[in-house]
Design a binder for this molecule. Structure first.
Ligand code: FAD
Length: 374
């Protein structure tokens, strides 16, 4: 068996794709191994929000910095991916409204805004009337909203595909229907991977298996606390767009895409890989969506789908080398924000593989050693 590749990436989602793209740009010989098809799991189900400020709440530490820095990469990335792959990820920057429907929400969001402003990030408060002036189709019941100008969105499946196509254009080999069954480990160092068909030797292996990461690590006799969280979504089409900005509220968000398409998400069900779309899930979303945006009741239903997010016990992703096995890297556990965090995750993992020091971000909270037991 010869040394076939520099790096083998397990998992063909947005995270595996972003890492492949960055490594390929640095001249590495990379293979991506995907057990199904590229971008068909969580990355293909996501609504594509880049909710760096809207999702993070009062947290302005390393996770917030990760999100902010990754969000900032999108404008240039969108251009680069279009040039290399021909895929338009449809980056839309029309801001995001985080809605308050009770006085407690108002209080909470004003506190969040204060934290984020203190950390140097723009956040504005709109009264209920101001919200409806900006977005006339929104409900009278809305008391106000935190407005974040820079939180936009992309087409998530297209982003994942664009990463893989761009990596392939730079020489990366993408193999679909290639499930990795085990790892080759010799004297504490990873030497390759074993699929159902072959053994591939390489210098580094990256586990980017999303919600299956806990299961996969168990299979190779290591423990990693990553578990699945199911989410259901649906979309509608309207002749004239009902919204310009993305609207985010308790248990429901509305993301206006091009062509009058509106994505409504998402339910949350922990510890299941089941991807069935249920009447219970979709009808609950429809009720919440109608309360925010009454006019959606007359929109044409397009489709519904479900995906499985990768969550960790402490809510932070695992980004880095395994403490016991040299050359084995983890890039997983991005939960609700894997689309947002994918550009920077790719750069960080590529930097770590090249032995570069990470200077502009504290990555210690994301280290694999923080609570992995071997
Ligand atoms: C309904 C929904 C809405 C979401 N909305 C947003 C959003 O608006 N914004 C945002 O930032 N994030 C969002 N997310 C989260 C985001 O989708 C995820 O965080 C992200 O896609 C995770 O990417 P990944 O590459 O780690 O996982 P995945 O896309 O799931 O990719 C992992 C891949 O690994 C493969 N794999 C697993 N085991 C093996 C093996 N042994 N061998 C080979 N391949 C294997 C799987 O088949 C899969 O294709 C949403 C998620 C859901 C479900």
């Amino acid at each position: 068996m010869g040394l076939n590749y520099d790096v083998a990436i397990i998992g063909g989602g947005v995270i595996g794709g972003s890492i492949a793209f960055q490594l390929a740009k640095r001249g590495k010989k990379v293979v991506v191994l995907e057990k199904g098809k590229i971008a068909e799991q969580s990355s293909g189900a996501a609504a594509g929000m880049l909710a760096a400020q809207v999702e993070m709440g009062r947290e302005t530490g390393p996770m917030f910095q990760l999100a902010i820095q990754s969000r900032a990469m999108f404008p240039q990335l969108a251009e680069e991916l279009r040039e290399r792959s021909g895929v338009d990820i449809s980056l839309i920057n029309k801001g995001m409204l985080r809605i308050a429907t009770t006085q407690e929400d108002v209080q909470e969001l004003k506190e969040v805004m204060a934290c984020q402003r203190q950390a140097g990030h723009f956040a504005d408060w709109l009264t209920g009337d101001e919200v409806r002036k900006t977005e006339p189709a929104l409900s009278d019941a809305i008391l106000g909203a935190m407005y974040i100008e820079h939180d936009g969105h992309v087409l998530a499946p297209e982003l994942a595909i664009a990463f893989h196509k761009s990596a392939a254009q730079l020489g990366t080999e993408i193999r679909e229907f290639a499930e990795v069954k085990s790892l080759l480990i010799e004297q504490g160092r990873v030497k390759g991977v074993v699929t159902h068909e072959e053994t591939i030797r390489c210098e580094q292996v990256i586990v980017a298996t999303g919600a299956w990461s806990g299961q996969f690590m168990e299979q190779v006799n290591m423990h990693l606390p990553v578990y699945p969280v199911k989410g259901e979504c649906f979309s509608v089409i309207t002749h004239r767009p009902l919204l310009q900005s993305t609207v985010f509220s308790h248990g429901c968000y509305l993301v206006p895409k091009r062509g009058g398409r509106l994505i409504v998400g998402a339910t949350v069900k922990e510890h299941t890989f089941d991807r069935k779309v249920t009447i219970e899930g979709v009808s609950a979303l429809m009720e919440r969506a109608k309360r925010l945006l009454p006019g959606i009741a007359h929109a044409e239903f397009e489709k519904a789908w479900a995906g499985v997010r990768p969550q960790t016990e402490d809510g932070l992703p695992f980004l880095g080398e395994h403490p016991e096995h040299r050359g084995l890297y983890l890039a997983t556990g991005h939960f609700r924000n894997g689309i947002l965090l994918s550009p920077l995750t790719g750069v960080l993992i590529a930097d770590l593989i090249e032995g570069k020091e990470i200077l502009d971000l504290n990555i210690r909270p994301f280290q694999v050693s923080r609570n992995v037991t071997v």
